[in-house]
Design a protein. Structure first.
Length: 308
């Protein structure tokens, strides 16, 4: 019993040291990651979410004929001068949304091959911070799923970055699955992970988040070598989550079967997203981070119109 207790104690100590090391590593890289996120956010153009009907806002919506109960300050005299009618200028109603963000910081996200310039984890953090910057700049509220309150502050991106470091050891970020959280109607979620956990576990986690009038977007971040299995000969594979090891004698002989299983997994992931009315993007870390950003912004804008 004493020996077993010592093993448990040593294992617990090793776990704490590993988590503390991961938190320190993230904190050290964060300034560079924030600079990269700022660069990406300035590259992508983002507008506020219009409600596709007249209301308070800055964007021109339409002209309509003046009515007796309209204020004379709304009259567009230039448009009226070119017609026999008096017209008022209407703006599109703009309303802020809340978007919940979640980057997977589990051990598998630390992977980086020689084919990619960054790890999956760093790319997930950069995408989350860049998206937060764009959304706040567009007048939206953002929050870290299950960990922080939503905010539209100009310092929102910095606060999210600080929260990542503060909570980087917690299961909400390191379990590989998004945490259960109560999400209000008309909110959005953006979940960034490699989504390589079993499909039934992923499905259960997403069902706990999904609800009526909630939009969801999954970004699967993969290293290119995880899709190509571009290895030759005898290789040892180590599971980053539990340390299990497996040796393959001729890895190239497994390539076709491996790719088929990965494609099957991705089809299952897409089916889960489709059943919830959510979207799925697949992003590889050898590609520019601006590619998924542009796609995400377009999808978030479409959801904003759908929920109007």
């Amino acid at each position: 019993m004493v020996a077993n207790s010592e093993k448990v104690s040593n294992a617990g100590t090793a776990q704490v040291v590993r988590l503390e090391s991961a938190a320190h590593a993230l904190a050290e890289r964060l300034p560079d990651l924030m600079l990269e996120a700022a660069r990406i956010s300035h590259t992508v153009t983002h507008g506020v979410h219009g409600r596709r009907r007249a209301g308070p806002g800055e964007t021109f919506w339409q002209f309509r004929q003046y009515e007796p109960n309209d204020s004379t300050t709304l009259i567009d005299w230039r448009r009226s001068a070119s017609s026999s009618h008096v017209y008022v200028r209407e703006r599109e109603w703009e309303a802020a949304h809340t978007v919940w963000l979640w980057p997977d910081l589990s051990a598998s996200m630390n992977f980086q091959s020689t084919l990619a310039p960054v790890s999956k984890r760093d790319r997930a953090v950069v995408l989350m911070l860049a998206l937060a910057e764009l959304l706040v700049r567009g007048g939206e509220r953002v929050g870290l799923l299950g960990l922080t309150n939503p905010t539209a502050s100009r310092r929102a991106t910095a606060r999210l970055a600080e929260s990542l470091v503060a909570h980087s050891e917690e299961p909400a970020l390191t379990s590989g699955l998004p945490p259960a959280a109560r999400i209000s109607r008309f909110s959005g979620t953006v979940l960034i992970s490699d989504f390589l956990d079993p499909l039934d576990q992923i499905s259960d986690a997403l069902k706990r988040l999904a609800g009526a009038d909630i939009s969801g977007h999954l970004v699967q971040v993969l290293d290119p070598i995880e899709e190509s299995l571009a290895f030759e000969g005898r290789m040892e594979f180590i599971d980053p989550e539990d340390g299990q090891r497996w040796i393959g004698d001729r890895v190239e002989a497994l390539r076709d079967e491996y790719r088929e299983r990965l494609e099957t997994h991705q089809r299952g992931l897409r089916e889960i997203a489709n059943r919830l009315g959510w979207s799925l993007l697949i992003h590889h870390t050898d590609r520019p981070a601006t590619e998924p950003m542009l796609n995400l912004i377009a999808r978030l804008q479409d959801n904003g119109r759908r929920f109007s």
